[in-house]
Design a protein around this ligand. Structure first.
Ligand SMILES: C[S@@+](CC[C@H](N)C(=O)[O-])C[C@H]1O[C@@H](n2cnc3c(N)ncnc32)[C@H](O)[C@@H]1O
Length: 273
C-alpha cells in the first residue's frame, strides 16, 4: 500500500528511518496528523486511530474505507478526458462547490485525488474562505490512481478496524493508553519566516500549537506511551524536546518553489531508545 496523494511533509523518503524506530511491541497506533499516511500504510498496525483537521482529507479515508469502487469509477471517468487548463479549472470549481455545500461523499474524495495529480506540485492550499486555489501543473498525465492500491487500502482500513477522526490532535489522543504508540508529524516549525507550510487547512499551525504539542508529548510520555515526533531541526524544536532523544537527519524536500531549498535538516524525537 502507498499513499493515494502527494502531500506536503509526506514521509515516503523517511520511511526506512522511521521504521527502524518502531517499538518492538505496542498496542494501538495513533497518528493524529495523518496527511497522506505514508508511514501508517507502511507500518500496517493491527489497531489504529488516525486523524486530521482537513475535512476533505478525512472524507477521503472514510470513502476509501466504505466506497472504494465509487472512487475508482469516478476517477476513471475524470481520467477519460485529456486534461488541459480549462478542464482542470472546471474540475477545481466542482471540488470547491463540494467544499461550499459540505458534501463529504465519494465524488468529493475522487475529485481530491484527481486534482492532487493535476495541480502544481501536488500542493494542498486553501484561501481564507477555505477554497482550494492551487493552479494547474500544465501536464497531461495518465491515470490518477492505482486501482489495486485503492482496493488494498480499503480492505486494510476495514479489516484492521481503523478509527478515523476529524478533530484537533489533542482530542485525537484522548484515548491513548500505556503501551500505545503515537507518531506526531505536525505541520513543521518554519525553517525561516519565508519557508511557511502552515496553509494545509483554513487554520494554520501556530507557535502556540507547537507548545501545546510539546505539552502533549510530555503527557503521553508520563502516561507510558511510546512517542515519536518529526519536525525541522530548528532551535525551537531542540528547546521544546530537550529532555528526549533527538536524532538529526538530512532530507530532500519535494515541495518547495525554490529549487535551492529542496534539501534541509530535520529531527526525529523519541521518548524511548
Ligand atoms: C506534515 S502533515 C502530515 C504529513 C503526513 N505524515 C504524511 O506522511 O503525508 C501535517 C498534517 O496536520 C494536519 N493538521 C494541521 N493542524 C492540525 C491540528 N490542529 N490537529 C490535527 N491535524 C492538524 C494538516 O491538515 C496536515 O495534513
Amino acid at each position: 500500500m502507498s499513499p493515494v496523494l502527494k502531500w506536503a511533509g509526506g514521509k515516503t523518503q523517511l520511511l526506512e528511518e522511521l521504521m527502524s524506530k518502531v517499538p518492538q511491541t505496542y498496542n494501538t497506533y495513533f497518528e493524529p496528523f495523518i496527511g497522506a499516511g505514508a508511514f501508517f500504510l507502511s507500518l500496517k498496525p493491527k489497531s489504529a486511530v488516525i486523524n486530521d483537521t482537513n475535512e476533505q482529507l478525512i472524507n477521503l479515508y472514510q470513502q476509501l474505507k466504505h466506497s472504494p469502487s465509487e472512487i475508482i469509477s469516478i476517477v476513471s471517468s475524470l481520467d477519460e478526458v485529456a486534461c488541459d487548463k480549462n478542464y482542470y479549472y472546471k474540475i477545481r470549481e466542482r471540488y470547491n462547490q463540494k467544499i461550499t455545500s459540505k458534501e463529504l461523499d465519494p465524488e468529493c474524495a475522487a475529485l481530491m485525488i484527481w486534482i492532487n495529480k493535476h495541480c502544481f506540485n501536488g500542493l494542498y492550499r486553501v484561501n481564507s474562505q477555505g477554497f482550494f486555489n492551487v493552479p494547474y501543473n500544465n501536464k497531461v498525465t495518465g491515470k490518477s490512481l492505482d486501482k489495486d492500491n485503492v482496493e488494498a487500502i480499503s480492505r486494510f482500513l476495514k479489516e484492521q478496524n481503523v478509527t478515523i477522526l476529524c478533530s484537533d490532535f489533542e482530542n485525537a489522543c484522548k484515548k491513548v493508553s500505556p503501551g500505545d504508540f503515537v507518531y506526531l508529524d505536525s505541520p513543521y516549525v518554519p525553517e525561516s519566516s519565508s519557508a511557511d507550510f502552515t496553509d494545509y487547512t483554513k487554520t494554520g499551525f501556530s507557535y502556540e500549537d507547537h507548545d501545546r504539542l510539546a505539552d502533549l508529548f510530555v503527557r503521553l510520555d508520563k502516561l507510558g506511551a511510546y512517542v515519536m515526533l518529526s519536525n525541522n531541526d530548528v532551535p525551537l524544536v531542540r528547546e521544546l524536546y530537550r529532555e528526549y532523544n533527538i536524532e538529526p537527519l538530512e532530507v530532500k524536500r519535494l515541495i518547495n518553489r525554490n529549487a535551492a531549498k529542496r534539501s534541509g535538516k530535520e529531527v526525529i524525537v523519541t521518548n524511548y531508545q
